[in-house]
Write a protein that binds this ligand. Structure first.
Ligand code: MIG
Length: 729
């Protein structure tokens, strides 16, 4: 459709691309969505004379652009505030964007969720954010405009339970004002790029998110083991690592990965190992692996400028670095003056794929943790006009590709795993919307603050709602010193966080599970054991997430969009459709209010049943965290594992949340809602947990049900031919 200079391409039932001129998206390649052919719903779009677009659905106005004199933005120049006190006049300057999309806010209850990792509540209304990957290790909070990732996707809920989503497909620096400037409209503003966005329609957040997910492409599927406990610290020595693993082998501390931070490298030269730091890295990594603990090493993008250092020489020889005025561009990072690999060139990516491949083989490393890939730099930011010569004979400038730098780095790194038929074990700090196709992610340098514990949950939920399932925060906090209570509550609150890693900064107080007294250690260990019990459930959720876009770690409104009470709940999490976690996230609290959505719920570990659609006060002393399971739910579990090798798993335990008396299970919101006798069958997914074979159909599905007091398991797909046993507990 064409309206004046605007176009609207109806891509399918859910997605309309509205543009004057399309952005060049070739660098991040969206999925090619074409018309369904039989569009069930033909969106009702009208355009006024001034170019305002209105979209109705089922006769209600869902979305409206906004035009008016108010949309000529003026800045308040807050930096003059002291001058104003002195009697100077503040100068009002206009903000001029090349592209400004103004969107109507219908009323004060319009809620805006999204933009990935921002350190804010779920509802980001009233704040402004900027997509520009940034490394700022001060205290993140809701007024922080840019964190490490740029994920230009958000969803809006307004009047009478209407929903829509927006994806803004530009890699240039972009502002998203979510009603900070005005109560009447929000805006998206960029100084570069084109007027071009995807409007995503759907009756529920679930429908919108899955449509968005089909656009950005499938997320990476990481190994089963990755769901285990990761322990890290900047920087573990050989002795520290041995002590950690001894806790694993001697006291049964669940542990699957140990991370080695920058000090294992020789003078921070990437792809080197310092023998003075760890004498025999390869042998050591093997020793740890035999104890069930795999090794992950950090890699930064910056390459030390030093003749004779192989990587530097190779890159220079092959024109493989970012340039300015036809010379390699130099900025300082950990290794001192460094060049920045131009990952936008295929030959450079292939080079790093090879280097990664050699490195993981030579040192028995199982995963690569990519850091500093915003890219971060110590001597001020990279200028906008630093050049990255692309394969397409086109020069990309820093301002266009900054937000994509990490994506191209992890693309190269993850390929090394794929070439070995292994699932990529890669973690990134920076990302663009599509980067989930290659890597897991963590949310950077949080601090040991209660506020940062609280903010973790909406951060991870929001990441999960944009296709970044395998996401986590540093448990215990990275910066500053943690304390006993904070650490325990953090471990509990993040019990179901898909990527669970305790990590802390240089010189901060030790915060391993055993860093405090024996009792604290027991408590922490116990939470990890609960997590390990739920891992088979989480693994199926993860697979389902990768296939369909359904978050593993979701806000309540994702599953219960009709319930007004849940729309601003930041401290309760849905882990799949059947498990709801309500941890304590405030200092000193021993009890909290928990809202239960419709249905009936069982408090895990007890026999207590609760009717939904009301709130309860739940006791949670330091030893406890409240996990509610939907009545009738069937949850596959593991028994007593302290590391996760799928080859060693022969038996799955089956937990059934019994339906009690008259309270009937509610099965409306479930994907597999054919409950018999109110029990919800669970479609369990299983495969080798390590290789890419599952992509070739080498996996199994079991349907687990509970009928007339008995467990029934049917193999519904037998590609992997596993012989798991199932036992009711
Ligand atoms: O400038 O490698 O976010 O996890 O421990 C700091 C040292 C560099 C930042 C990462 C953090 C890591 C640290 N890195």
């Amino acid at each position: 459709m064409k309206f004046g200079c605007k176009n609207a391409d109806i891509l399918n039932n859910n997605i309309i691309r509205i543009y004057e001129k399309k952005n060049d998206t070739s660098l991040f390649m969206l999925n090619n969505i074409t018309k369904d052919g039989e569009s069930k719903i033909i969106p009702d779009i009208t355009v006024d004379q001034d170019g305002t677009i209105t979209v109705n659905r089922n006769k209600k106005t869902v979305f409206k652009e906004f035009f008016g004199s108010e949309t000529r933005l003026k800045s308040r120049n807050t930096e003059f505030s002291i001058a104003i006190k002195e009697g100077h006049n503040a100068v009002e300057s206009e903000i001029n964007y090349k592209v400004q999309v103004n969107i109507r806010l219908f009323d004060l209850n319009d809620r805006i969720y999204g933009l990935g990792d921002k350190a804010a509540h779920l509802n980001r209304r009233g704040y402004i954010y900027t997509s520009w990957n940034s490394d700022e290790p001060t205290q993140h909070n809701e007024t922080y405009r840019s964190l490490y990732k740029s994920i230009n996707f958000f969803i809006v809920n307004h009047s009478d339970n209407l929903w829509y989503g927006i994806f803004y497909p530009s890699s240039y620096r972009t502002d998203f004002d979510f009603g900070k400037y005005s109560d009447k409209f929000m805006y998206i503003g960029s100084k570069k790029g084109e007027y071009d966005y995807f409007l995503i329609l759907g009756d529920t957040p679930r429908e919108i998110i899955s449509a968005y997910y089909s656009l950005i492409g499938k997320s990476v599927f990481m190994p089963f083991k990755f769901l285990g406990n990761h322990q890290s610290r900047w920087s573990y020595s050989e002795e520290d690592a041995r002590a950690l693993v001894k806790h694993h082998t001697d006291d049964g501390l669940p542990l699957d990965y140990i991370h080695f931070d920058i000090d294992y490298m020789k003078g921070y030269r990437v792809y080197t190992v310092d023998k003075d730091y760890i004498r025999d890295f390869a042998g050591f990594a093997l020793e740890l692996k035999r104890a069930g603990v795999d090794t992950i090493t950090i890699i930064d993008p910056g390459v030390k400028e030093e003749q004779g250092y192989e990587i530097y020489d190779d890159l220079i020889k092959n024109d493989g670095v970012a340039t300015l005025d036809n010379k390699p561009y130099i900025n300082e990072v950990w290794a001192g003056d460094s060049v920045f690999p131009n990952y936008f060139k295929e030959s450079v990516r292939e080079y790093f794929t090879d280097k990664t491949s050699e490195f993981i083989d030579k040192y028995n490393v199982s995963g690569i943790w990519t850091d500093m890939n915003e890219p971060a730099s110590f001597n001020g930011p990279l200028p906008d006009d630093v050049e990255f010569a692309g394969d397409d004979q086109k020069t990309h400038y820093h301002d266009e590709v900054h937000n994509l730098y990490a994506e191209y780095m992890v693309k190269a790194v993850s390929e090394a795993f794929k070439n070995k038929n292994l699932r990529p074990t890669v973690i990134t700090r920076a990302a663009f919307a599509t980067t989930t196709r290659y890597t897991a992610s963590w949310n950077g340098d949080n601090q040991s603050l209660w506020d940062h514990l609280r903010t973790s949950l909406p951060q991870i939920m929001t990441m999960n709602m944009s296709g970044f399932f395998m996401n986590g925060v540093d448990v215990g906090g990275f910066g500053n010193d943690t304390n006993r209570e904070l650490l325990i509550r953090w471990a509990a609150a993040c019990l179901f966080m898909p990527y669970f890693r305790n990590h802390s900064g240089l010189n901060s107080k030790q915060q391993e599970p055993y860093a405090f007294d024996d009792e604290a250690y027991e408590i922490y260990k116990n939470f990890l054991k609960i997590r390990y019990r739920f891992v088979p459930y989480m693994y199926t959720l993860y697979k389902n997430a990768v296939e369909t876009g359904t978050p593993m770690f979701a806000p309540l409104f994702y599953w219960y969009p009709d319930d007004e009470n849940v729309k601003e709940i930041n401290d309760q999490v849905m882990v799949g459709p059947c498990v709801m976690h309500a941890p304590i996230v405030n200092q000193g609290e021993k009890q909290r209010i928990v809202y239960l959505p419709k249905g009936s719920w069982v408090l895990y570990g007890t026999d207590r049943h609760f009717a939904g659609k009301q709130s309860y006060i739940i006791e949670e002393d330091l030893h406890t965290t409240a996990i509610f399971i939907k009545e009738g739910a069937i949850i596959p579990m593991l028994e007593n594992k302290i590391s996760l090798d799928p080859a060693e798993i022969n038996e799955i335990l089956v937990y059934v949340a019994k339906v009690k008396g008259e309270i009937k299970a509610n099965t409306e919101a479930e994907p597999n809602a054919e409950a018999e006798e109110n029990y919800i069958p669970f479609d369990f997914y299983w495969d080798d947990g390590k290789t890419l074979d599952s992509e070739k159909g080498i996996y199994d599905n079991y349907r687990i049900s509970y009928e007339k007091g008995e467990l029934k398991v049917n193999k519904t797909y037998d590609g992997y031919k596993s012989k798991l046993k199932f036992r009711l507990i």
